[in-house]
Design a protein around this ligand. Structure first.
Ligand code: SAM
Length: 225
């Protein structure tokens, strides 16, 4: 049964899927960050990659390009409206090896372990990011790679004006606004993003970390044995 938070997220993203798609695809600089996240997976032609919380599919071209026609890309999301936009993209491009699945990324399982898992702007929405990152690490093929791309408050000394704007954006893009959180939503987001990274570092070797856009965006990736 869906929790209140899940139902609120599905309703929110279902309603705003078109606008989200525009922002996800056209925000200046975001395409480059998506390319970096895909690069961090070190994909090879023929690989199988899963994107958790794929939304409207803005990462799919980057993943499909790297695994080629003989690889496999699976996008998982629990919001039907977001997946519908992703489906339009897949149909438009005629990608036969890109599959979309409506499921909870925190519990979805795979028959064949994927070579890589990507989650962009998703772990901040997970109730238990550490346990979910652990599950994703367990699901990977040996030596598989996991990459997380997220936004959180900047830790740079000059970050405060950026953080002020960021906090407004977090409230505007939060499915429940400021309701339903024990702390401010940006604090919850910061904590979840940090917790997910700690979990990834505990499971992975060859970990890399980069910060972009005045420290607001962070990309962490590693290899799981
Ligand atoms: C901020 S959007 C990011 C979409 C996409 N990854 C991107 O970079 O544009 C978050 C997406 O994650 C999905 N999502 C959040 N929690 C999820 C979960 N537990 N299982 C599946 N999808 C989830 C939402 O439905 C939404 O489409």
């Amino acid at each position: 049964m869906a929790t209140d938070a899940t139902a609120a997220a599905q309703q929110f993203y279902g309603r705003w899927a078109d606008l989200y798609d525009l922002l996800a695809s056209a925000t200046p600089g975001l395409g480059r960050l998506r390319a970096r996240a895909a690069d961090a997976l070190a994909l090879a032609p023929g690989d199988a990659v899963v994107e958790m919380g794929c939304g409207t599919g803005a990462n799919l071209p980057h993943l499909r390009e790297r695994v080629g026609p003989d690889g496999r890309v699976v996008g998982v999301d629990f919001t039907r409206g977001m997946l519908d936009r992703a489906r339009e993209r897949v149909d438009r491009e005629g990608w036969r090896n890109v599959h979309l699945v409506q499921a909870d990324a925190a519990s979805v399982g795979f028959r064949e372990p994927p070579d890589a898992i990507l989650a962009t702007f998703v772990v901040g929405m997970l109730a238990d990011p550490a346990a979910t990152v652990d599950r994703w690490a367990d699901a990977l093929a040996p030596g598989g790679r996991l990459a997380l791309l997220d936004a959180a408050q900047s830790r740079r000394w000059f970050g405060w004006p950026v953080n002020r704007a960021f906090r407004g954006l977090v409230v505007a893009s939060s499915p429940t606004g400021t309701d339903g959180y024990a702390a401010a939503p940006w604090t919850v987001l910061d904590d979840r993003v940090a917790t997910a990274r700690t979990a990834l570092r505990e499971r992975a070797t060859e970990t890399t970390h980069g910060e972009y856009a005045a420290g607001i965006v962070r990309l962490t990736a590693g290899r799981v044995e």
